[in-house]
Design a protein around this ligand. Structure first.
Ligand code: PLP
Length: 479
């Protein structure tokens, strides 16, 4: 493709995206295809001869679009938001256009240095501790995901605990509400599922119980195990519960155990002063901290920022220097090579999209986005609480509202089946997409508000639809 051809097709691609976003409400939020539909609509063999780019665009619309779930649809309330704002998409495009692979400072100094500036900016915007800044002992780095961030944190924690491979019984502490990526990290790091200890949670708040953590850790130490890391979560995946980081941190500090704080979803809310409480205990106790701008902070996937209080154990755990990567800047120790802060060697120029987002919105625009989600969620929660047909799960401090439809006369299991059926009907309608979780064993619906395009009317329509479908389904159920 020549630069002129690129210019022409690039404009077509941008027009395609702009038209798609402008008309996104016309699509069913959740793809309605069956397994295999898309695959069977595509040729089983690749073309022998090159084709015009227009063919790709037309097949994208004709064949692939029906198999796309529209995460940017304003009626998307499933999982957590995965914001893809205009400036983020353009920043990502520019990164692709530059085609830089930033494994070392020398392979593109701007890729490294912009990342340093942007992660330091974000630490400041979120009110994270000064020692997380690159000029201090710590530093931040962009990872592909919170899952990678917790794996990297665990590797650093194991290193600091004296591990040389898995030479003893190392243990990792999570709660029943911790994201599954921690268990995966334990398996990858060699601790196995046997090395994962599940700490109790408070039955009401679903937050980790620091007393039980202390007891488990002491029991493990007495049995000869080495507690390596605790993961506290600020905003759990299921219900956005917040673990007591300071109390957990005290237990860790007393025993010299690494504290990782997983704030994948909720951490970015600390950009608003009224959410600075999210950082309680982080400054005093967190050895590492991760949040995902790629969820709620207007930056398209993938963009997780991981900070450490002290980068030395992280670098000691992951640094290698084969001959083919040697260069004067690295050898002089004058630069950061972010490949030593992550699992893969290669890395994209992700800082460009985060930079683009922060510059386009400014801190006030980012705060406004978070506040919009929180305000709409609070409004929805008010409607749910006022409706005798539903039960609201409290608290709901961020953009997620968990609600349980009530089915008078139905036994628990039947009620759970009815709730699941209600969710399926709503999702099949194409007007909204929501997911579920279980709280105290009962199926509960999750509505995560915070899409770039989601406005009050979309939440209001979704709530009316839920109520209407609930009433309609209730009438068909046996009593
Ligand atoms: N941690 C928490 C609390 C999450 O909610 C999620 C995803 O929803 C993750 C980790 C995993 O995020 P990622 O997809 O970036 O690995």
């Amino acid at each position: 493709m020549t630069p002129e051809e690129f210019r022409r097709h690039g404009k077509q691609a941008i027009d395609w995206i702009a038209d798609y976003l402008a008309g996104i409400e016309s699509y069913p939020v959740m793809s309605q295809v069956k397994p295999g539909d898309i695959r069977h609509a595509l040729p089983s063999e690749p073309p022998e001869h090159g084709e015009p780019f227009e063919n790709v665009l037309s097949d994208l619309g004709r064949i692939l679009l029906p198999g796309v779930t529209h995460w940017q649809h304003p009626g998307f309330f499933a999982y957590f938001p995965s914001n893809a704002s205009g400036p983020a998409v353009l920043g990502d495009l520019l990164s692709s256009g530059l085609g830089v692979q930033g494994m070392l400072w020398v392979t593109s100094p701007a890729c490294t240095e912009l990342e340093t500036v942007v992660v330091d900016w974000l630490a400041g915007l979120l009110g994270l501790p000064e020692h997380f800044r690159t000029d201090a002992a710590g530093g931040g780095v962009i990872q592909d995901s919170a899952s990678s961030a917790c794996l990297v944190a665990l590797l650093a924690a194991l290193h600091r605990a004296g591990a040389d491979g898995i030479d003893r019984d190392y243990t990792l502490y999570v709660s029943s509400q911790t994201h599954s990526s921690l268990e995966r990290a334990a398996r990858i790091a060699g601790l196995g599922t046997a090395g994962v200890r599940v700490v109790d949670v408070d039955q009401d708040t679903l937050a980790m119980d620091p007393g039980h953590l202390r007891a488990l850790m002491d029991q493990d130490r007495a049995a000869g195990a080495v507690p390596a890391m605790v993961c506290a979560t600020v905003g759990t995946t299921s219900t956005t519960a917040v673990d007591p980081v300071a109390a957990i941190g005290e237990v860790c500090a007393e025993r010299g155990v690494w504290l990782h704080v997983d704030a994948a979803y909720a951490g970015v809310a600390a950009i608003c002063p009224e959410f600075r409480w999210l950082n309680d205990g982080v400054s005093e106790y967190a050895d590492s901290y991760a949040t995902n701008p790629h969820k709620w902070l207007l930056t398209n996937f993938d963009c997780t920022v991981l900070w450490t209080a002290d980068r030395a154990p992280l670098l000691a755990a992951l640094s290698t220097l084969p001959e083919y990567l040697r260069n004067a800047a690295t050898t002089a120790g004058a630069v950061i090579d972010y490949r030593d802060w992550q699992v893969p060697l290669g890395r994209r120029f992700r800082a460009l999209k985060l930079w683009s987002v922060i510059r386009w919105y400014g801190a006030e625009g980012l705060r406004a986005h978070i506040r919009k989600g929180v305000t709409l969620a609070a409004e929805l929660a008010g409607w749910v609480a006022a409706d005798p047909g539903f039960e609201l799960h409290e608290p709901h401090p961020f953009g997620l509202v968990c609600l349980r439809p009530l089915w008078p006369g139905l036994a628990e299991e039947e009620a759970d089946r009815a709730t699941t059926r209600l969710m399926e009907l709503l999702n099949a309608s194409g007007s909204m997409y929501l997911t579920h979780t279980r709280i105290a064993g009962r199926v509960v619906l999750r509505m995560a508000i915070g899409g770039v395009a989601t406005e009050r009317r979309h939440v209001e329509q979704a709530w009316e639809h839920i109520r209407w479908e609930h009433a309609a389904l209730s009438r068909t159920l046996p009593r």
